[in-house]
Design a protein around this ligand. Structure first.
Ligand code: FES
Ligand SMILES: [Fe+2]
Length: 448
């Protein structure tokens, strides 16, 4: 069965979410040629600092070498294959294997072999036994990596989505700092389920997250069930790129107005303190301001499995006195199997903001959209687990494809939208998910 109908990926075969044989193909065809997020340079600040992460199906030690560069080294000894590094993070002068003691430098070179002179033939060449290294690029503190020597450069790979990421980061007026190691949580369900959710699923808000909306976490619930403040409309713009990356940005505007009606001589950055708005506007280009001004929430996906969310909150449950705040969370959705995913969450805070604001931003993120948060993750994970259970157990259900037609053909192009890519307004649409699955199905080919 073809994965996409009419080449538009309006349906997906249900086996794509449950079959291990399909994950096996995904490792080679989707993950291998892609750039994936390993973490942030702030996690490995000093020479010898390391974290252990997944790159595709392989574990890598992400380590800052003595040369100051960050390396991603296959976490497997080149002698018999022993897992080298067993801690999830730390600082080390070298990596020494626990089996026979081969020792590797922080850039992956084999530098120590017990009994090398007495036990190995003279032709034994240590240089041939270095740890395999992935390509790593640090972009604005984000550490992306790929195993594929043929993969395009990261900038080419990111394409249009880089413009949107930069706009969100520049809106913080400078550099960003990662708040400690990521939170990690396992969820039932295939890795594509949370990923397509982040690509552009505004549709589930009114049902899945109605409690959060009722609590006023985003201000009032609007007449159409979406979020916002009384007297406003939520206008969402969906932007998809041919690479499968996507972003959805939602703007709360006075009822009946259009995106063009915003007064950009007085830009607004919800969640940031109004006294900082002039500074924040100055840190961006006029085109970036046209994207970020009045934006309540922007979320999206960097294909295949990196997601981001920048959102303003009126209130954090349990901290009712806190003023409006914004947070930025970056996520990786890592397959543990076809039916289980590990989610990593990093909160980033702009260094230009004062420490109290940074703490509040981190707290809002931790209390809502995180593994231990109230409402959002619990609500979403419950649905992801239910999808998994139903798809895996129901034989009749396997025969009907998963539908992705919401809003198809109904979006309105946004002429003059400041960013690149195909932008269209449709508050409820699966435009971005179609782009994500179209890219996925192009790489996968037909299912066996
Ligand atoms: S397996 Fe690592 S030194 Fe033998
Ligand atoms: Fe959700």
């Amino acid at each position: 069965m073809p994965l996409g109908v009419d080449g538009l990926a309006r349906t997906i075969d249900r086996r794509a979410f449950i079959d291990e044989s399909i994950l096996d193909i995904e490792w080679d065809r989707v993950f291998q040629p892609s750039w994936q997020l390993l973490g942030f340079s702030g996690e490995v600040r000093e020479p010898g600092d390391y974290v252990v992460r997944m790159l595709g199906r392989d574990e890598v030690v992400v380590i800052r070498g003595e040369d100051g560069d960050v390396h991603a080294l296959h976490n497997s000894c080149t002698h018999r294959g022993t897992r080298l590094c067993r801690a999830s993070l730390g600082n080390t002068a070298h990596l020494r294997c626990s089996y026979h003691g081969w020792t590797f430098a922080n850039d992956g070179r084999l530098i120590g072999v017990p009994a090398r002179r007495s036990g190995y033939p003279p032709a034994f060449d240590r240089a041939r036994y270095g740890l395999p290294r992935a390509r790593v690029v640090c972009r604005r503190g984000f550490l992306f990596a790929t195993w594929d020597p043929q993969a395009p450069d990261l900038e080419e790979y990111l394409g249009d989505i880089a413009w949107y990421l930069d706009a969100l980061l520049d809106c913080g007026a400078g550099t960003w700092e990662v708040c400690g190691p990521p939170q990690r949580v396992r969820t039932r369900g295939n890795w594509k389920i949370p990923t397509d959710n982040f690509a552009g699923d505004g549709y589930h808000m009114r049902t899945t997250h109605h409690i959060a909306l009722d609590q006023g976490i985003y201000g009032d619930t609007l007449a159409d069930g979406t979020r916002g403040r009384a007297g406003t409309d939520l206008i969402a713009v969906n932007i998809a790129t041919p690479h499968g990356h996507a972003v959805r940005a939602a703007y709360a505007l006075p009822r009946g107005s259009r995106l063009d009606d915003r007064d950009l001589t007085a830009p607004r950055f919800p969640g940031y303190p109004p006294r900082r708005w002039t500074d924040l506007a100055r840190a961006q280009s006029p085109e970036q301001v046209r994207f970020t001004s009045h934006c309540e929430v922007a979320h999206g996906v960097i294909f295949p499995n990196t997601a981001f969310l920048s959102v303003a909150h009126d209130r954090a449950i349990g901290h009712d006195d806190d003023p409006l705040t914004r947070y930025l969370v970056i996520r990786a959705h890592l397959p543990l199997s076809a039916r289980e995913t590990e989610c990593l969450y990093w909160t980033l805070v702009p260094t230009a903001m004062d420490p109290a604001w940074q703490r509040r931003s981190y707290r809002f993120q931790a209390r809502t959209q995180s593994a231990g948060g109230i409402l959002f993750e619990m609500d979403d994970f419950e649905n992801f687990a239910r999808i998994d259970a139903a798809l895996a157990r129901s034989t009749p259900g396997r025969s009907s494809p998963v539908d992705l037609s919401l809003g198809a053909g109904l979006g309105t192009p946004v002429p003059g939208f400041p960013g690149p890519g195909h932008a269209e307004t449709a508050t409820l649409s699966e435009h971005n998910q179609r782009a994500f699955y179209h890219r996925w199905s192009t790489l996968m080919g037909e299912l066996p």
